[in-house]
Design a protein around this ligand. Structure first.
Ligand SMILES: O=C(O)[C@H](O)[C@@H](O)[C@H](O)[C@H](O)CO
Ligand SMILES: [Mg+2]
Length: 403
């Protein structure tokens, strides 16, 4: 069997998605997600110009060999563009292999470790009260875990909080980056009140999560982790940027609040010290940005040795192809923690028909051979690419800060 042709599909049903389709000479095809929010066309160029021509004629069943061919063979290793391109190939090849086997992907990985996959939803509000209303809506919809983000008095607009209450937030909201102004002291003084209010209204059983989006220094993160211990967070996410992995060692010395990181990671090497030193509790590297199923499986296996569990990134800017594949992975992986879930728009769901389903705060994996997600290419054509950028963040004095 040979790869006969492959091509990229860019579609924007509300937001941009990049999909790679690989077709074999026997007619079986697989699709993979290659969406890198705000940098979509860089991955398209990498795939079209460098990867696809080198795939033609190869045996699609040699997933491992093709992975190393693309990783080692490029000489220029790692990086989000390279690893998203490799991930898309990998996801498409696993899709093909599972279709050839006539099995859903989770069976090829080793079968079910659980019946269903717990997810967390997003509650955001311009202030604490409106955020609590959103938490209530999620609880009514069955969610067992909710990420809470609220506006902070004195900060005009803030990452992760929707412009309008009741709507999802969209990080890539402008043609060129919008500028936000950030104040660490205002945030740190305010945010513990949010968790106190959630616990008071919803009791102890609801899992609450929070994303700091890389905005603190290690000692500030330590202070936050320590102050919120009474509210028993499920996790505190991305409390500092993680290029310096040792920073988490410092935070860890001060707090028992569980720590999650990894949505911008693209390789095991981004997480190696974090995992081996047990500085984190959840690893969030995703299939699309960290080299696909083949590589993320290695990250998860290493993590498992150190009591670190998975908590895949799952924003709307990863396509249903990534989400569907992630649900298979989550159903199999022994050290599963939780799966992030931001529902896609109905236009996106129509472009990407899928067989996973949400029920009572969990995802139930589908039984279709493959990863269970397809693309309607005719419909996809109706939504042309539109450049969209993530914002930048500045301190009140104008200093460019972490986003
Ligand atoms: O935890 C999350 O879901 C994230 O932080 C996202 O909202 C990212 O900011 C986005 O995926 C960037 O493209
Ligand atoms: Mg995040």
């Amino acid at each position: 069997m040979k790869i006969e042709h492959a091509y990229t599909i860019v579609t924007s049903p509300g937001r941009n998605f990049v999909t790679l389709k690989i077709v074999t000479d026997e007619g079986t095809y697989g699709i993979g997600d290659a969406t890198l929010n705000g940098r979509e066309m860089a991955v398209v160029a990498y795939l079209d110009e460098h990867v696809i021509p080198a795939l033609i004629g190869r045996d699609p069943q040699r997933i491992e060999d093709i992975w190393h061919y693309l990783y080692r063979g490029a000489y220029w290793r790692r990086g989000p563009v390279t690893m998203s391109a490799i991930a898309a190939v990998d996801m498409a090849l696993w899709d093909i292999k599972s279709k050839l086997a006539g099995m859903p992907l989770y069976q090829l990985l080793g079968g079910k470790s659980r019946e269903r996959v717990m997810v967390y939803g997003h509650a955001t509000g311009r202030d604490i009260d409106s955020c609590l209303e959103e938490v209530a809506r999620h609880v009514d919809e069955g969610y067992k875990a909710v990420r809470v983000q609220a506006g902070v008095p004195g900060i005009a607009s803030i990452y992760g909080v929707a412009k309008k209450d009741g709507e999802p937030y969209e990080p890539a909201d402008a043609d060129l980056p919008a500028e936000h102004v950030w104040s660490t002291s205002k945030y740190l003084n305010h945010v513990p009140k949010l968790f106190a209010a959630v616990r008071e209204r919803f009791g102890d059983d609801l899992h609450i999560l929070h994303d700091v989006h890389h905005r603190l220094t290690p000692i500030e993160a330590a202070r936050l982790g320590k102050e919120v211990e009474p509210y028993h967070l499920f996790w505190l996410e991305d409390c500092v940027p993680a290029e310096n992995q040792e920073a988490f060692g410092l935070i860890r010395q001060h707090t028992t609040t569980p720590l999650a990181v990894g949505e911008v990671f693209n390789s095991l090497y981004d997480a190696k010290a974090l995992i081996e030193n047990q500085w984190i509790d959840y690893i969030r590297a995703t299939l699309t940005h960290a080299g696909g199923i083949t590589h993320v499986r290695r990250i998860a296996d290493l993590a498992g040795l150190y009591h670190v569990r998975t908590g895949f990134h799952g924003p709307t800017d990863l396509s249903p192809v990534c989400l569907g594949s992630a649900i298979h992975f989550d159903t199999w992986v022994p050290n599963f923690g939780i799966q992030e879930y931001m529902p896609h728009t109905s236009a996106t769901d129509e472009v990407f028909p899928h067989d996973y389903r949400f029920e009572d705060g969990h995802f139930i994996v589908g039984e279709t051979p493959g990863h269970g997600v397809d693309i309607d290419e005719e419909l996809a054509k109706q939504y042309p690419y539109k450049r969209a950028s993530l914002p930048v963040n500045r301190l009140e004095d104008g200093t460019l800060w972490h986003w």
